[in-house]
Unconditional design. Structure first.
Length: 431
């Protein structure tokens, strides 16, 4: 037997943007259209234009979600699939899971697949949790006796015992996720595909899921794992594949691939955010620019540990917002968030605002250990729901301190952040 679990060759997927599938037409619709079309054409002057008023030569706009991917995954490998939003990760997993078909190329999958791509994937909302477990098992090709053997483990892991006979349409998103993951992981898939959905669960359940993925891989099964949490990817996956604009940008040892993934962050004291691709946005506003300053107000993206540092965020709000919240997330070298600064938390109130808005925040003494950090500016509404969030877009360098803090001996193995403290000998021990 071949040791290849997944083989992808020349895989591409194209979508048409703006194209709508034509609805089924009855005879009366066709006859009415034949009469009405010449009249509309004469009125609009569009007699030689295609459907929906477009010139036939223009065609629909085409978008390649994936373009000419080729790679193999061996049996028992745990492979991370990483990339910024829109890179093609979810499209790839849907093709491998046989949810959608490729435009060109092919993907051969050797073994039974358990997929968790969205919360409640494959669940029927009208069926109970119990019925959905058996339905999913049947879809995977399992016999009832096999599902019976695993059923108690699935329910125990998912922590939904009380509601197992309740229709899943009444489940919370967390309950959906717990049961969906348990089904995908426990029904003995030879290949487990897990998308970013673990971000939905609480911290304790995430730990259980990651532990189960580790167990699955230890049993010689193949795992494809998609996450924006680089520290988790590094802990689970020896190998990772980086997708950029639908193509493989890097395939290899996980640390090297993560370094490549973060390398497009901008090293500058002033960064335009207008065209930054990796963002979460509601469309109600746009981050425009981001700036970094030292303690004197001079533009720089390098400061020393213990020094003051300032950040400025410039945005445009397209409609009125009451007390919007500006934020800055600081990530370590793996992209893991370690500091979160928010204007609402520190008492900044705007009232009702619209249009251009700029804020500046100062940190009097930055205690981050020397190294490279990544910054993610954000603007949210007063409930702290994202209006526009640009991920890992620029770099802050922290240098060892040459001044009053120059004698600090900081080993990253024992910490990530330094704060000044006052030490004294206890009077009770002084004799």
């Amino acid at each position: 037997m071949s040791d290849v679990a997944i083989r992808v060759e020349g895989l591409s997927k194209q979508y048409r943007i703006g194209a709508r599938p034509a609805r089924y037409k009855m005879l009366r619709d066709t006859l009415a259209g034949m009469i009405a079309t010449p009249v509309r054409a004469l009125r609009s002057g569009a007699a030689f234009r295609g459907r929906n008023g477009r010139d036939p030569k223009d065609g629909d706009q085409k978008f390649w979600a994936l373009k000419d991917l080729s790679f193999e995954v061996r049996r028992g490998e745990v492979v991370g699939i990483i990339g910024r939003n829109g890179a093609g990760k979810s499209t790839l997993l849907k093709i491998l899971s046989r949810i959608t078909e490729p435009t060109t190329g092919y993907a051969d999958v050797y073994g039974r697949i358990g997929s968790l791509l969205e919360v409640g994937t494959g669940f029927h909302p009208e069926l109970t949790g119990r019925e959905n477990v058996y339905l999913n098992g049947a879809i995977l090709g399992m016999r009832r006796a096999e599902i019976d053997r695993k059923f108690d483990e699935i329910v125990t892991f998912s922590e939904v015992e009380t509601f197992i006979d309740t229709p899943v349409k009444h489940y919370s998103s967390g309950m959906y996720l717990r049961l969906a993951f348990a089904v995908a992981a426990y029904l003995d898939p030879e290949i487990l595909i897990v998308d970013e959905v673990l971000a939905v669960g609480d911290r304790e359940f995430q730990k259980k899921c990651l532990g189960k993925i580790d167990d699955v891989s230890g049993q010689g099964r193949t795992v494809l794992f998609v996450s924006h949490n680089m520290s988790v990817v590094k802990s689970l996956c020896r190998r990772s594949v980086l997708l950029e604009q639908g193509q493989i940008a890097c395939d290899g040892e996980t640390s090297q691939v993560i370094g490549h993934y973060l390398s497009d962050a901008i090293t500058a004291s002033r960064v335009s955010l207008e065209d930054w691709g990796d963002r979460v946005t509601s469309g109600e506003g746009r981050l425009k620019e981001f700036e970094i300053f030292d303690g004197t107000g001079s533009p720089t993206n390098r400061v020393s540990i213990g020094d003051a540092v300032g950040f400025a965020i410039h945005a445009e709000l397209f409609r009125p917002f009451f007390d919007p919240c500006f934020a800055l997330i600081i990530h370590n070298s793996l992209g893991e968030p370690i500091l979160n600064l928010r204007s609402l938390h520190d008492g900044l109130r705007f009232g009702m605002v619209q249009g251009r808005v700029s804020v500046r925040v100062w940190v009097k003494s930055i205690g981050l250990y020397p190294g490279r950090y990544f910054l993610s500016p954000c603007v949210m509404d007063r409930r702290e729901k994202d209006i526009d969030f640009t991920k890992l877009c620029c770099i802050l360098e922290i240098d060892p301190a040459p001044g009053p803090h120059g004698d600090l001996q900081l080993d990253p193995a024992w910490g990530k952040y330094w704060v000044p403290a006052v030490w004294c000998q206890s009077l009770s021990d002084s004799g």
